[in-house]
Ligand binder design. Structure first.
Ligand code: ATP
Length: 299
């Protein structure tokens, strides 16, 4: 049985519009399905778990952005049961969709999922008991995620289909406020100490923040997370490195280092804000463990 989880406010109302557009076609297929609309924080997760445990759903199709993907995958994980996952992209950043080559056209996306055109088994990241599908970041990027969430300009830009630009504006604003600090990073038993750290990101896919290629070499089914650390950079250097993130050419920047592993601990001298898939998740310290091949997704 198929379950749809619709986030009506994703992409500032795109979630609702996309569902209204595809609903007649889904109805026309004559398949049995359940639909749930999210009403706020934590709801996608709760609804996914309920659909699986109470209604016997074994395929969930989310209509929303990365926050909705994050919620639904956590619900599937908590259900303790196998449930395949498909996404009809309707968010602002849509990084999960971009990384996995999920088509943008809603009708085509839903048709591909329902006909089980192609599937892929991907790794997930487990952080302090929760799942992340895209990335987990501490420091500047979490601060940016928080600012973007609260921003008026996100709604305005979404109206013009420029949701990704909201993150750029937040970066420029937060650059002035953030204070870099000390990081102790453990990657598969190896300890790396760095001072003046702006951000540390453990990624399962190359992109975040609406297309920034923070870890261009990240592969979602290699059982490993790619870690990017930006440290000891002046604000000007950070900005220059940041501009290169869109093409992934920051990898050769002297203030940027990369690591790769399956078990990671992030500890900082001063607690830093943490995000998982762009959703705020408290503060450091955090432990990240890869769950290889944990989830089947439709692409
Ligand atoms: N009915 C609702 N009203 C208000 N907020 C909601 C509702 N349903 C879900 N949410 C919130 O929506 C957020 C997730 O939105 P989502 O990430 O899917 O879209 P987005 O932010 O536009 O896109 P992206 O993450 O791809 O940039 C969650 O933080 C959740 O709490």
């Amino acid at each position: 049985m198929v379950g749809f989880i619709v986030n009506p406010v994703a992409g500032n109302g795109k979630g609702k519009r996309v569902w209204e557009r595809i609903e007649p076609a889904v109805n026309g297929l004559g398949a049995v399905f359940s639909v749930r609309e999210t009403s706020g924080e934590g709801d996608a997760e709760k609804l996914a778990k309920e659909l699986i445990q109470k209604e016997g759903v074994n395929k969930i199709i989310a209509i929303g952005g990365d926050g909705t993907v994050h919620g639904v995958l956590n619900g599937i994980y908590q259900s303790g049961q196998a449930c395949k996952f498909g996404l009809v992209p309707a968010g602002s950043g849509n990084d999960f969709a971009r990384a996995h080559g999920i088509v943008n056209d809603p009708s085509e996306a839903v048709e591909r999922i329902l006909s089980e055109k192609a599937e892929r088994r991907i790794d997930l990241m487990l952080m302090n008991g929760r799942i992340a599908a895209n990335s987990i970041g501490a420091g500047f990027d979490a601060q940016v995620a928080k600012a973007t969430d609260a921003a008026q300009y996100k709604a305005w830009l979404n109206r013009y289909g420029l949701g990704g630009l909201a993150y750029v504006i937040s970066v420029l604003r937060e650059l002035r406020n953030f204070k870099p600090g000390h990081l102790s990073l453990q990657v598969d038993g190896q300890t790396i100490d760095k001072s003046g750290v702006w951000l540390v990101t453990a990624a399962n896919i190359p992109n975040y923040g609406g297309g920034m290629k923070i870890c261009p070499m990240a592969v979602a089914d290699d059982g490993l997370t790619d870690i990017c650390v930006v440290s000891n950079a002046s604000r000007g250097e950070l900005l220059r490195a940041f501009l290169k993130i869109y093409t992934g050419t920051h990898v050769t920047h002297p203030k940027v280092s990369f690591f790769r592993g399956s078990q990671v601990t992030i500890e900082t001298a001063v607690p830093l804000m943490v995000h998982a898939d762009g959703e705020l998740m408290g503060e450091t310290p955090v432990q990240v463990k890869m769950l290889p091949g944990q989830q089947v997704i439709f692409v």
